[in-house]
Design a protein around this ligand. Structure first.
Ligand code: NAD
Ligand code: UDP
Length: 337
């Protein structure tokens, strides 16, 4: 019998790619998602890629009774917890919504994992938990000080999970701190499908490339970086998805462990634009505007610990990230809609 994994938020961007990699690695998958930021069509696409169809429960993690029904129907070997809200700007406008959605849903989940004795968790954390004061590349020992409510939900959940492990040493918990996931499955069948105007760089670029959006605004040209634009550690979503499989496979001993998920390379916004143009033979019109409030100049990972302990390393380069992002967007100009 294959190991059975509950994937919360499994219909979302990173979740759907991880479900594909879980099937590739021989796991059985059950998804819980309320589709607040995803589309049921993704399940057909996962089926097209893997010839497998996950059971999907369209429920909200905040409704604990509904979630309990799922636990009572399946004996899970582990949980990967992606579900949550992730828009930084919205979180500054509606902090309580973010604290409620992200933190309460995690508490509901962990309560049930306790009750049903499924003490094996991989949690989606973020590089936004790090303080902007850290020198780059930052490793897992870097100072923690997120600069917005979204980032604080991630930090608080990390702390809750550390307390949980302190109280009960049977738990096996992995905290994965993602840097900047981009790209799409190489088939072009699944990818990132943001609702409304994208906030993130890569979906904005691909939407300029399709003509959905006219011009990319480059936020800032006076940072202390190679060309003045902001530098980030972009990681191909398939590499990130594989990192989750490794984390599950290695999560056999009790403990709570934290890993950066990045490539260790930083690219500026202008370098990403150039890479996209090279990978796709398309021109991206852009204009330079003021810095975006709250942005840091440079953020990239020291991924050594994940290499040493999980035997995981991001393989795909920036050209592959751009190529696959474009393949997805050009095949699906309006995402799943
Ligand atoms: P996503 O929005 O595509 O996926 C999240 C999924 O969770 C969506 O399908 C959504 O419908 C579902 N969901 C949200 N609230 C729910 C609830 N209360 N009950 C059930 N389902 C719910 O986002 P993503 O980019 O795939 O991110 C996945 C996780 O990784 C999130 O926790 C996010 O904060 C974290 N993360 C993402 C990034 C990034 O850049 N994409 C970076 C760092 C961390
Ligand atoms: N960025 C940009 N224009 C955009 C969106 C993003 O110049 O329309 C820049 C942003 O200032 C940052 C980088 O691209 O330097 C990555 O931003 P994104 O929002 O994708 O991720 P973040 O690292 O901010 O979470």
């Amino acid at each position: 019998m294959a190991n059975k994994i509950l994937v919360t938020g499994g219909a979302g961007y990173i979740g759907s790619h991880t479900v594909v990699e879980l099937y590739n690695a021989g796991y059985e998958v059950i998804i819980v998602d309320n589709f607040v930021n995803s589309n049921l069509e993704v399940i057909n696409r996962i089926n097209e890629i893997t010839h497998q169809k996950p059971i999907v429960y369209p429920i909200d993690l905040l409704i604990k009774d509904d979630l309990e029904k799922v636990f009572s129907q399946h004996k899970f070997d582990g949980v990967i917890h992606f579900a949550g809200l992730k828009a930084v700007g919205e979180s500054t406008q509606y902090p309580l919504k973010y604290y409620k959605e992200n933190i309460l849903s995690t508490i509901n989940l962990c309560d049930l994992m306790n009750k049903y004795d499924v003490k094996n968790l991989v949690f989606s954390s973020s590089a936004t938990v790090y303080s902007p004061e850290n020198e780059m590349p930052v490793n897992e020992e870097g100072k923690l000080r997120p600069s917005n409510p979204y980032g604080r939900t991630k930090l608080f959940i990390e702390e809750i999970l550390r307390d949980l492990y302190q109280a009960d040493n049977d738990w096996r918990i992995v905290l994965l701190r993602y840097f900047n996931p981009v790209g799409a499955h190489e088939s072009g069948l699944i990818g990132e499908s943001p609702k409304g105007i994208p906030n993130n760089l890569m979906p904005f670029i691909t939407n300029v490339a399709t003509g959905n959006l006219k011009v990319l605004k480059v936020f800032g040209s006076d940072y202390d970086t190679v060309d003045g634009s902001g530098v980030r550690d972009y990681i191909h979503v398939t590499d990130l998805a594989k990192g989750h499989v490794k984390a599950l496979q290695k999560n056999v001993n009790p403990g709570i462990r934290t890993y950066n998920m990045g490539t260790g390379n930083g690219y500026s916004v202008l370098e990403v634009i150039k890479a996209f143009e090279k990978a796709t033979n398309r021109k991206i019109s852009y204009e330079i505007v003021d810095r975006r409030p709250g942005d840091v100049a440079v953020s990239f990972a020291d991924p050594t610990k994940a290499m040493e302990e999980l035997h995981w390393k991001a393989e795909k380069n920036i050209l592959e990230m751009c190529r696959d992002a474009w393949k997805w967007q050009s095949k699906n100009p309006n995402g799943y809609n």
